[in-house]
Design a protein around this ligand. Structure first.
Ligand SMILES: Cc1cc2nc3c(=O)[nH]c(=O)nc-3n(C[C@H](O)[C@H](O)[C@H](O)COP(=O)(O)OP(=O)(O)OC[C@H]3O[C@@H](n4cnc5c(N)ncnc54)[C@H](O)[C@@H]3O)c2cc1C
Length: 432
């Protein structure tokens, strides 16, 4: 065991989350190492790398302004919705600016993280063992593909969105895309010019948002309008009626009415899905009832034959380097406070396991500041850390959940405004 690490912190993963954390710890004057399994920074945004879930046509879903770190803006030359290549360049320039390339160990996997008396032991793929004061895990939320289960067996080819690169592999095929998340909508649209037929199966009616409205990226427009309309109900009424006028009400295209309010679901932002449906290039379908060979029976009783199904049905988190007794439940919700601070092991933190209706930059900045304050308070054994630890056990005292639908998809969805406010208060007032 090497003791030189006992005043240092270990960040597991060099994706956007690990980079944001490296930035925060640098600004807070803390010493750390980043351990990254792959050969460069960028994680998911390194299109073509083993860890990436990007497809060729992928662009930011959240706008440039709502995704960048506000104190390290994206270049002015970037469009409102940069593609994956520009996003990767941006993240790597962030890593260069904060000199993270001198703090990272690439091509090294963290194999095990074990809490010890006043820290965490990390075992690396090289076999080396180190004992750090604390470990911050940032291995990404989108780790293992999730597949729904339906009766029967589909005899065509089955893919997950993680396998999807471009429409070329589906030229001339009859394809069913399952799932109304942003990837499902992107992929269905992407397939249109090449596939013989594109069908899109979703479980319910949704609210769709355009990427631009009134000449602004939609998130910017939403914040402008929010400042103009005080009352929340009046605000959302205005938003939904404007989207309807702009051609973004699914029910106008024969889709079911949403069974929830627009603010109760993670936003689907896609300017083309309804346009394609309106032109008959994408045929909407309800959920699947069962498979019969190559035939898919839908809940409305209709039956269609397909060559391929692409499940855009999301991902599970996965922490193969943690033993079951550290994370006995399958969700961070139960074993951690704010999906971040382990309830029993003070020296173990998780960064970046939030879904919120915005891009990553501001959340990462606020989360990084909170974690830095926490680590300093922990190291100095401040009185505040004992009160913080009581708060951890009574998470209900700080309600950060939003008004989201109680579905699996929204399990890790937080109210962005409450989280940012809560993080600021905790780091600047509580732990300072
Ligand atoms: C198609 C698509 C579009 C998206 N669009 C947006 C968007 O518009 N806005 C937005 O904010 N987000 C978007 N996202 C979400 C995206 O995942 C985040 O932007 C961001 O990449 C998350 O960063 P992360 O560091 O948490 O995880 P990742 O990017 O997954 O990085 C995790 C890193 O950890 C490393 N790692 C894993 N296990 C180990 C280990 N045991 N040891 C060492 N290293 C390890 C991996 O190699 C990887 O580099 C999108 C995602 C997809 C798939």
């Amino acid at each position: 065991m090497t003791s030189k690490y006992q005043k240092r912190y270990c960040i597991v993963g060099g994706g956007a989350g690990g980079i944001g954390l490296g930035k925060a710890l640098t600004e807070g004057g803390l010493e750390f190492d980043i351990i990254e399994a792959e050969s460069d920074f960028g994680g998911n945004w390194r299109y073509g790398a083993a860890t990436s879930k990007m497809y060729q046509s992928a662009h930011l879903i959240s706008s440039k302004q709502s995704t960048e770190f506000s104190d390290f803006p994206m270049p002015q030359s970037y469009p409102h919705y940069p593609n994956h290549e520009l996003m990767l360049n941006y993240l790597q320039s962030l890593a260069r600016h904060y000199e993270l390339y001198s703090q990272v160990q690439f091509n090294t996997r963290v194999k095990s993280v074990l809490p010890v008396s006043s820290g965490c032991k990390v075992i690396l793929s090289s076999g080396e063992e180190r004992e750090y004061h604390a470990v911050i895990i940032a291995n990404g939320m989108l780790r293992e593909p999730k597949y729904p289960i339906y009766p029967g067996k589909f005899k065509g080819k089955v893919f997950h969105s993680v396998d999807y690169i471009s429409p070329d592999a589906f030229a001339g095929k009859r394809v069913l895309v399952v799932g109304a998340g942003n990837s499902g909508c992107d992929i269905a649209v992407d397939l249109v010019p090449k596939a013989a037929k594109v069908y899109h199966s979703t479980r319910r009616g949704y609210h769709y948002m355009p990427k631009f409205i009134d000449g602004l990226p939609v998130q910017k427009w939403l914040s402008v309008i929010r400042n103009e309309i005080d009352d929340a109900h009046a605000y959302w009424d205005h938003v939904t009626s404007t989207f309807k006028l702009a051609g973004f009400a699914g029910s106008d295209y024969g889709l079911p009415q949403p069974d929830h309010e627009i603010y109760q679901a993670h936003p689907i932002m896609n300017s083309l899905i309804l346009y394609r449906i309106g032109h008959g290039d994408i045929i909407p379908k309800p959920d699947i009832r069962e498979f019969k060979g190559r035939k898919v029976v839908f809940l409305d009783g209709s039956v269609v034959e397909f060559d391929v199904i692409i499940y855009a049905t999301g991902f599970k988190m996965s922490f193969p380097f943690l033993s079951k007794d550290i994370l006995p439940s399958t969700s961070l919700k139960e074993d951690t406070f704010m999906n971040s601070f382990h309830k029993k092991t003070d020296h173990l933190i998780f960064a970046g396991y939030f879904n919120s209706p915005s891009g990553l930059g501001n959340l990462s900045n606020a989360g990084g500041k909170l974690m830095t304050s926490y680590l300093k308070a922990l190291y100095n054994n401040k009185q505040s850390i004992r009160i913080f630890n009581q708060l951890k056990q009574n998470a209900g005292l700080l309600d950060l959940s939003g008004d989201f639908m109680k579905t699996e998809r929204h399990e890790n969805e937080f109210d962005l405004y409450k989280v940012l406010k809560g993080m600021k208060w905790l780091s600047e007032k509580f732990l300072a």
